[in-house]
Design a protein around this ligand. Structure first.
Ligand SMILES: Nc1ncnc2c1ncn2[C@@H]1O[C@H](COP(=O)(O)OP(=O)(O)O)[C@@H](O)[C@H]1O
Ligand SMILES: [Mg+2]
Length: 366
């Protein structure tokens, strides 16, 4: 929705400050889908970086899910063209902002997270990619190129993308100082494979940073806009509660706001509507069908922050899941849940839930 962007300049300052320190020239920002990463990069970070003498170049590896190198090539070509005044960098960013809105609506309606026909880039294409970066660096003069690579975890979802991962790492490594990069990742599981596996080209190359959830000041911002522009006055409490029910996702929160405006519905009714929309869009029914009974029990236990290897859960699995409640079975369930992107393991132990709303759905099925 236009005019509703809540700026996060301070956060952008923090990330750029880290890059300016010079200890690391590559950062990775991690959060699940629909948490506002792409818009933050395009609306807050890229414009601020321009003021700080960077040339921001935004590329999404999901632009062509089967050929992620294409997104990088197109982004570099566009950036180079902008020097020849075919377009300005700001206009490029605006075009990407509009595209984001469209692709957010398509996400989930089809399985777009994984390549169905992954293709290897040719060595010619990889050489061309490197060449494009050379040209851009040259044109940038004293300014530093800031490569913003969205959905970078995609590189570790197919071995066909290994050559691209190697090339990208080399491209960045040999130009440290002249080129910096910020990656975003929406799956901790696959991002971990990319950044923390010793055989990955990105091992120890990138500093991982959390992308914090939006907080109460975002809700305050929405509340004020509702009152000022739409004469809808709401107490902060129910709005905060709804945001928390939506797992702090700005995407679903904006659906709620839109529903309140267009249907003049209460927060409660709008929330119910959004939950149903979420259920349909994210295909919870399909996900639920693909899960084994043990997977569901383990998932719900993890949602409650419980130890998946507890005696209680093992007994429950024995009783209800049709398989033995033993650690090896639980381990396999955790692996399936991770690969399906529903949870991720944190190295210190503990788990993240990566699918907002699924817990509520599964609980209602029982
Ligand atoms: N700072 C923000 N202010 C207002 N709405 C936002 C903000 N960030 C995200 N949104 C909403 O959430 C949606 C998803 O954001 P997006 O950046 O695409 O998430 P991600 O990249 O994490 O999947 C946007 O289309 C927008 O409606
Ligand atoms: Mg995104």
């Amino acid at each position: 929705m236009e005019g509703w962007h809540y700026p996060r300049t301070e956060l952008a300052e923090q990330y750029l400050g880290l890059l300016a320190l010079g200890i690391n020239s590559s950062l990775a920002i991690i959060a699940p889908r629909r948490k506002g990463k792409t818009l933050f990069i395009l609306q807050d970070l890229a414009p601020l970086s321009q003021k700080k003498n960077y040339i921001p170049v935004y590329a999404s590896l999901w632009q062509n899910i089967n050929a992620p190198h294409e997104g990088l090539i197109a982004a570099l070509e566009d950036a180079i063209a902008s020097f020849d005044k075919k377009s300005t960098l700001s206009r490029l960013l605006n075009t990407k902002i509009k595209k984001t809105a469209v692709s957010n609506e398509l996400l989930g309606k089809m399985e777009v997270e994984f390549a169905d026909n992954p293709s290897k880039p040719t060595s010619k294409e990889l050489a061309y990619l490197d060449q494009l970066l050379n040209i851009l660096v040259e044109k940038s003069g004293k300014k530093t190129v800031l490569l913003l690579v969205d959905e970078v975890q995609h590189l570790s979802t197919s071995s066909q993308f290994d050559p691209l991962a190697h090339t990208l790492r080399t491209m960045l490594d040999k130009r440290q100082g002249k080129v910096k990069s910020i990656f975003t990742g929406s799956s901790r599981h696959y991002l971990d494979l990319l950044l923390n596996e010793s055989k990955s080209p990105f091992y120890h190359f990138v500093e991982e940073k959390k992308f914090p959830d939006l907080d109460v000041s975002f809700i305050e911002f929405l509340r004020e806009k509702l009152a000022r522009n739409h004469q809808i006055t709401i107490a902060i409490q129910p709005l905060c509660k709804a945001f928390s029910d939506l797992d702090q996702s700005p995407y679903w929160m904006m659906k709620l706001i839109a529903q309140m405006i267009t249907s003049k519905a209460s927060v409660k009714d709008s929330l119910e509507y959004v939950h149903q929309l979420m259920e349909a869009t994210e295909d919870f029914e399909g996900i639920s069908k693909r899960l084994k009974p043990i997977d569901k029990l383990v998932f719900l236990a993890l949602c409650q922050g419980a130890n998946p290897y507890s005696k209680e859960l093992m007994a429950k699995i024995d009783k209800y899941a049709g398989v033995k409640g033993v650690p090896s079975n639980i381990q396999r369930a955790i692996k399936r849940l991770s690969e399906a992107n529903l949870i991720s393991q944190i190295r210190k132990g503990g788990y993240n839930i990566e699918k907002p709303g699924l817990k509520r759905y599964l609980e209602q099925q029982n």
